[in-house]
Design a protein around this ligand. Sequence first.
Ligand code: GRG
Length: 312
Amino acid sequence: MTTRTELNIDIEYYLNKQKNLIDNHLRKLFEASKNYCDPKELWDAVRYSVLSPGKRIRGAFCLATFESIKENGTDDPDFFEDCLTVACSIELIHSMSLIHDDLPSMDNDDLRRGKPSCHKAFSEATAILAGDAMLSLAFFLITETTKKIPQYKKLKIINILSKAFSFGLVPGQIFDLSLSKKNCELKEIENISKLKTAMLIQASVICGAIIANLNDNEKILERLGNFGLKTGIAFQIIDDILDITGDTKTLGKTSGKDKEQNKPTYPLIIGIENSKKMAKDLILQAKSELNNIQIESQLLPLIADYIINRVR
Ligand code: GRG
């Protein structure tokens, strides 16, 4: 049985624990859906991609927000389990975006999470279709396997996630692919980071809050949304820095890719130190959004701080 995670713990320990919960729950969800999972090649590609060792930071944001807000009626462990299912759906959406991002027509990368990218391990057609299956599986799981979330909240969650995907990730990717170093301004990079990265992190935080019964409190949802958006932009800035300072083995993806592709990023435009400062400032602003909210733990600010210090 899954229970609420203890609070006031070391954040790396907490994140590792949430990662294991998400990984195990994904396996359980696949086991429960195995009668639908045909043909084998397609679902092997789906499992290969989503069960590869990602950090699960978006799922953790959803769970941490839920755990930070104990509103009436959500103490039942079934709510935590439902939140875990939504966290898995978010990780499916994120993982499918990585499959498509690695395709030859996009970023063309052979390595992901320390393993051959999906189109290298399988075929390009299977990778495209695995991504398509994962995107719709995410929404299927929310409607089919959650037990306690009322229907209207499921609709709200699906609305938020599909909005982040259609109006965030996909346009962000289009803008990203069309960037050229010559005529790029910082505000374009900021917009792309917001769309392709921050909107899904923002959606993860808001989904956790909705499951925790905060759906009617627009003011708090807005503050949590701002927290997620600012933290998400900082996450992308650190990602850009790690592309320069990190090594392929630690990152699990090819380092130096942005330079190789002549892609403008925060550190390429304003330098590494200014980029670090910008990320730190964003995290401070993000944490200040939480100041007037009754939350029961330091989980969200601690995850935000972890993002600044991450090495992968
Ligand atoms: C439907 C065509 C289509 C796809 C979606 C490809 C795409 C559109 C969007 C790409 C969005 C993208 C790759 C954003 C980058 C975000 C980012 C920083 C990814 C790395 O996230 P981590 O570090 O990765 O959390 P892990 O592996 O730990 O999960």
